[in-house]
Design a protein around this ligand. Structure first.
Ligand SMILES: Cc1ncc(COP(=O)(O)O)c(C=O)c1O
Length: 392
């Protein structure tokens, strides 16, 4: 019978070569550097004439294993592992943008990404424009002669807006600009942006890739040619991931598919039940028919993901009361954990934005974001329903 290389199998079986100790599980190479056979070997390694590890800021067997796995999952040729999702975002920008370049960024991206683009890159003369996901017809006119990159997130955090990757990939290619997609919410199990025309994919591995709220991590994948630029920048600027974190993340990815299947079925069920709740004005979930981008979600995502957002009646005050009424769900600044997490963006993560800016990216006063965990679905539903009742 033909072997198919299914996602689940590769996620488990892709592993570094066994050492002379014949261990079953990959060991952790907690070493800062690697020894050379002799002077000639050292020279050849530094001259890139032979492959091999020199120093863990450049590469390490554990980060190599993780890169190989995630690159395979995304359909990419190569990648680079970094310490956090934000270092992945920053490295993916700084590796390609030069003073005088312009970047077009979706308004609906993670807050720190927006800070990097609007407050940090301009220090080095890199210009930006922000594009509205609700108005795709305006994007082309925002591309300038000096535009080097388009950066988006889909689905976005926290508004769950979707962008048509096939359309955007074609637009980017027509103008000869790089399309950089933060695929953190979907994970490579649910969506592969490179397949639709993206050139670079970034990840916060902190979220579903780890899946248990233990470690930070980031990944950038793309073609060999593009990752060569990333590797040059990262090798010399130093955002490398720790071998221990790479080991842990590689182990976590062995269960990514089964975890995502359950995250998604729990999220879908919670979304459907919330639609019937009189205390809720609106529920947003990519695989609900009522989502404005339902058809697109079905086209470019395998399932709807683990994040459900809803509007609780009563605005900011009710949102805060709702959070205080939670008993099981965690109130913490993370997502992608096997434990259900609820947050109220308007009074926390996005409280520093003006009301107008919040509204422009879909953050309404009563918006609650739930990262649906892996607890029993009935416990998750009753937890949210009870908190809605108590916060009335
Ligand atoms: C979409 C997205 N990208 C990037 C990040 C940053 O990741 P990290 O916290 O690992 O730096 C986050 C964190 O919440 C995120 O949600």
């Amino acid at each position: 019978m033909e072997k198919k290389n299914y996602f689940e199998t590769e996620a488990i079986r892709r592993q570094m070569e066994h050492t002379q100790y014949h261990e079953h599980t990959a060991p952790i190479f907690m070493t800062s550097s690697f020894v050379f056979d002799d002077a000639e070997h050292a020279r050849a390694l530094f001259a890139d004439e032979v492959g091999g590890n020199i120093y863990t800021r450049f590469s390490n067997p554990n980060t190599n294993e993780l890169i190989d796995k995630i690159a395979w999952m995304e359909g990419a040729e190569d990648g680079f592992a970094v310490a956090t999702g934000m270092s992945a975002v920053f490295t993916s920008l700084a590796s390609f943008l030069r003073s005088g370049d312009h970047i077009l960024v979706s308004k609906s991206v993670f807050g720190s990404t927006l800070q990097v683009v609007t407050n940090i890159l301009p220090r080095w003369g890199i210009e930006y424009s922000l594009a509205d996901v609700a108005k795709p017809e305006t994007w082309e006119s925002l591309i300038r002669k000096n535009t080097k990159m388009i950066m988006v997130e889909t689905p976005s955090n926290p508004a769950l807006d979707l962008i048509d990757l096939e359309w955007l990939g074609a637009l980017a290619n027509r103008h000869g600009v790089l399309l950089n997609v933060d695929n953190c919410f979907a994970t490579p199990y649910l969506q592969n942006p490179l397949k639709w025309g993206a050139h670079i994919v970034t990840h916060s591995a902190t979220k579903f890739m780890d899946g248990q709220g233990r470690t930070l991590g980031g990944m950038i994948v793309g073609s060999k040619e593009l990752i060569k630029e990333v590797r040059f920048f990262a090798r010399h600027s130093g955002p490398a991931m720790s071998p221990f974190n790479a080991w842990m993340l590689s182990k976590s990815l062995e269960t990514l598919a089964v975890r995502m299947d359950r995250h998604c079925s729990n999220a879908m069920e919670l979304a459907k039940r919330l639609q019937k709740n009189p205390e809720v004005e609106l529920v947003k979930y990519p695989f609900l028919e009522s989502h404005p981008n339902y058809a697109l979600a079905k086209k470019q995502m395998k399932q709807g993901g683990a994040i459900v957002t809803f509007l609780v009646k009563g605005g900011v005050e009710r949102g805060r009361k709702f959070l205080n009424a939670l008993e099981m769900a965690s109130h913490t600044a993370n997502l992608g954990d096997c434990r259900t997490i609820a947050t109220h963006p308007a009074s926390t993560t996005h409280s520093k934005l003006s009301e107008e800016d919040r509204l422009s990216v879909g953050i309404l006063p009563g918006l609650i974001r739930v990262s649906v965990g892996l607890e029993h679905i009935e416990d998750i539903v009753s937890e949210i329903e009870n908190a809605l009742q108590k916060s009335k």
